[in-house]
Each structure stands twice: as C-alpha cells, then as structure tokens.
Design a protein around this ligand. Structure first.
Ligand code: LLP
Length: 469
C-alpha cells in the first residue's frame, strides 16, 4: 500500500477487541488493556505513557493477569478434556527470565528448557520460590538437538528429564548415566512427519528437520534403551512447529505418538508420558484466527485419549509445552517516536528508538505487527506510515504501511503481542542495550529486567595488554 492511499479513519481503539476474547491468544492486546479518560492506553492499571516516563523506552510491558489467565486456561482445559493426568510446561525459550518463570511456576506449570542457560535461570527462580530438589527435578524437561556434555551433566545433576534427540546423545547419556549411580530419566523426541502451515524456519515436525529421531530409527532406539538399565525412558515427545492456527496437525500428532507409545511398551520400556509439544498461534493482526487455548487443548487431548482407547494403552501423562500462546499476547513494547522522513508519493517513515535489536521477528520471519500511539488512542488515524527502527540497516522496519494519527516526536508508539521471542531473541546490534521490562498488575509496575547500560555492554569485553603498548 502506498502512502497516498487513504487509511481507514478510525482510532487506535480498534486494537481493543470488544468484547475481548477470554483466551489471551485471540486478542491483539493484553486482557487488561483499556483506554483511560485521557485517551491513553492502560495495561494492568498502568498508563503506558506514565510507564515510559518512569522507566524510559524502549520498554517491554508484561501484563501479569494475561499470563496467569493463559496458564490457568491451559491447565484447566487439559484437566477438563483429558481423562488421564496432564502437565502443561512452559517453553521458556519464548521468554526466559526469573519473573516469568516464577509466575509460570506459581500457576502450576513445569518447564521446557533448551540450554544450560535456560536451565540455570529456571532452577534459580524455582529455588528462590522455595521449591525443593524433588519438585524441581519433576517439573523440568531439557530439550535440544546438540546438548553439550556439560549441559547433559548439568541436567543430570538437577535430575530433570532429558528429551533425547539423536543417537550421539543417547550413547553419551548412557555412559554418563552409568557413572552417575542413579538412573537418568529420558524421553525420546521423534520427527512425526506431519506438515503444518507456518513459516519454514519455525516448522519442525516434517521429516526433513534437524530435530529428533526419524521414525524408521525408533525400533532400533527402543531395543538399545531396553538394554540400558541406567536410562529410564519415561515417554515420547514431538513438536511440529509454531504459530499454528489449525487443530488437525496436533490431532494427527496425538495418533502418531500413541502408535509409537504402544509399540514402545511392547519393548518393555516404562513409558508413561506423552509430550505433544507446543505451537498454538496467537493474533498478531486482526486477520489471524487461532483457536482458543481451550479449543486447541481439547482437540489435542481428545485425539490422544481416542488413540489410547483404540490401541488399548493406559492414558499416559499428557504434556503440552506452549510458549508463544502463554506469554506472547501478554506484552507490548513501547517506543518513543523520533523523526520522520517523507519520500514523496512513495512512503512516510517514522522512526522509533528501538527496532530489530529488541524485536528481530519482522526482519527474520517477515512477521507483521499492529501498532498504536499509546498517548493518543482516540485520535483519528490520519496517515499511513512505515515504522522504522534505529539500526543501521534498511531492513530494520518494525511495521510497514500502518494507519496512525499524525505522529509527533515524543509520542509513544506501542507494538502489540511482543511477549514471545522478542526479549529472548533480542541482541545488542549496533551496541544498543537491551530494553528494560516491567511487570504490571492492578496499577503497580515492577521492574523485571533492567535496561542494559553502556557498562553492561563492556562487561564481556577484554582488552589484551599488548594492544595497549
Ligand atoms: N517445544 C519445542 C520443542 C519447541 O521447539 C518450541 C518452539 C516450543 C515447544 C514452543 O512452541 P510455541 O508454543 O511457542 O509455538 N523464534 C520463532 C519461534 C521458534 C519456535 C521454536 N520452538 C518465532 O519468533 O516465531
């Protein structure tokens, strides 16, 4: 769309779905978002304008209510629709930090971690919450297609479940387990050969994927594990992709996993858990149409239960590991508007004080976002602009051709639905410090991540003496 095209004459309030869906992933804004009497966006009872004045910008603003609601809906949905035991675990790669882990833990979630760093963050938070070793061990699942020996040792020390991805890891683990004295709990990740419609980079369950055992290897793997007393194989896992709007792929997955589960039991493996991964999509724009958390959980749960009945196997503990749909819709990023550049008859750019370093998704996946001026939510949308970041790279565009009120320097622009894979993929490109993050709830705002300072940026730098002479 060219800038000459007239935008819809409406206001930023259109981002607020009325009534909001109770399922966080079906809204553009967090559940507590309202427009106050000054025409400002408020989240968790806090004015976004006031938050930026207090904490500066860019700023991630995380709504506690939305995150808790999403977690509760996941848990309740599985409890309602699955006849066996269930456990929802948070895919902490979506946003791993102490406060998010603490909230997820308080809501009864377990944790999917994929690196020593995520494991360390999660264990640190759980210890601060007073969890004992047994609880921590039970609730953490360690993933990854190339875990280092050190990471495996760290996982064994915590006694969490390790999701084994390939033969090398299996062989390494069986040696480590034999030395550790106690059996090591493992699950097997398999590539189920299920296609789903999402971006090529975030699709993982099709056969040509770097993750997991190819199904035609599985019987050999079962045979191998059955002869390893030090490896206690609890179950099977698969994850087919992310930002998925269909229910069918996870229904198919339930059937495929249960078939392999039944086969694994015939090898005498002590299987009792089945992990269907994550993947439920969220609304980034009005045209996104994901099922609700309950609809998704119900579809997945029923397909697993039906397949268990069909194959005559006891209902395993059903594990789902969502990330995006737990935290994605709970957060907005607030920026200050800077200058503008008008390219006559082509485009008007307005620049903000962050960009691809705090949200690499547009440049990486061509992701589309929605924006509003948080301090002028009731102003008419009078122009079409492209929101550019401040990085030295032409592709550093946060949102293309969006309708906004005529933005002035100092206005506060929010990008919605930035809770998942924004902070966690943020970088220091151009030596920008990563933004601060605040947790908002009932009019209170607490810092959960400090803004990186120039000193932080130098913390890892080393200047060899010989360069000084
Ligand atoms: N389990 C496993 C094994 C995964 O690999 C993932 C995501 C999840 C669970 C959580 O999936 P979710 O519920 O969040 O869809 N950086 C990309 C997303 C990569 C997803 C990687 N794996 C993005 O920004 O879209």
């Amino acid at each position: 769309m060219l800038s000459t095209e007239m935008p819809r004459t409406t206001t930023g309030s259109t981002l607020l779905k009325t009534p909001a869906s109770p399922s966080p992933n079906q809204n553009l804004l967090p559940l507590t978002a309202v427009i106050n009497k000054n025409g400002e966006l408020e989240i968790g009872g806090c004015s976004v304008t006031a938050l930026v004045e207090q904490f500066s910008s860019p700023l991630y603003i995380l709504d506690e209510t939305t995150l808790r609601q999403a977690a509760q809906q996941y848990r309740q949905s599985f409890q309602t629709h699955y006849p066996g035991p269930s456990q929802v675990i948070y895919a902490s790669k979506a946003w791993s930090c102490l406060a998010v882990v603490a909230i997820a833990a308080q809501e009864g979630l377990g944790f999917d971690v994929v690196s020593g760093g995520e494991l360390f963050t999660t264990v640190s938070a759980l210890k601060q919450l007073g969890w004992d070793e047994a609880e921590i061990a039970e609730k953490i699942y360690f993933h990854g297609n190339n875990k280092s020996v050190q990471e495996l040792q760290e996982a064994i020390a915590v006694n969490c479940t390790i999701i084994v991805d390939n033969w090398l890891e299996l062989e390494t683990l069986s040696k480590l387990a034999a030395n550790s004295g106690e059996p090591v709990k493992i699950m097997l990740r398999l590539t189920p050969g299920i296609e789903c419609h999402t971006h090529e980079y975030i699709k993982t369950g099709h056969l040509d994927s770097k993750f997991g055992f190819d199904p035609n290897q599985l019987e050999a793997v079962f045979t191998y594990i059955a002869e390893q007393p030090a490896l206690h194989c609890l179950g099977l896992h698969a994850h087919i992709g992310s930002q998925i709007f269909e229910r069918q792929p996870h229904q198919d997955l339930g059937e495929v996993l249960v078939q392999w589960f039944a086969k694994g039991l015939t090898y005498g493996l002590p299987l009792k858990e089945l992990n269907i991964g994550g993947g439920l999509g969220i609304c980034y724009t009005e045209s996104d149409d994901p099922p609700s958390i309950e609809e998704w959980a119900q579809a997945a749960a029923l397909s697993v239960a039906k397949a268990c009945d069909h194959h005559n196997v006891p209902y395993p503990k059903l594990i789902a590991e969502p990330g995006r749909s737990l935290v994605g819709s709970a957060c907005v990023t607030a920026y200050r508007v800077g200058g503008r550049k008008v390219v006559p008859n082509i485009r008007t750019y307005i620049a903000v004080d962050g960009g691809m370093s705090d949200n690499p998704r547009p440049i990486t996946y061509q992701s589309v976002y929605r924006v509003a001026l948080a301090n002028r939510m009731n102003d008419e949308l009078s122009e079409t602009v492209t929101v550019a970041g401040k990085h030295c790279e032409s592709g550093d565009i946060l949102v293309k051709d969006v309708a906004l009120p005529a933005a002035e320097p100092g206005d506060i622009l929010v990008v919605t639905a930035t809770g998942a894979y924004n902070y966690s993929m943020a970088s220091n490109y151009n030596r920008l410090g990563r933004p601060a993050a605040v947790l908002v709830s009932q009019g209170e705002a607490n810092l959960i991540l400090q803004r990186e300072t120039y000193t932080d940026l130098l913390r890892q730098d080393c200047l060899p003496n010989r360069l000084l002479s």
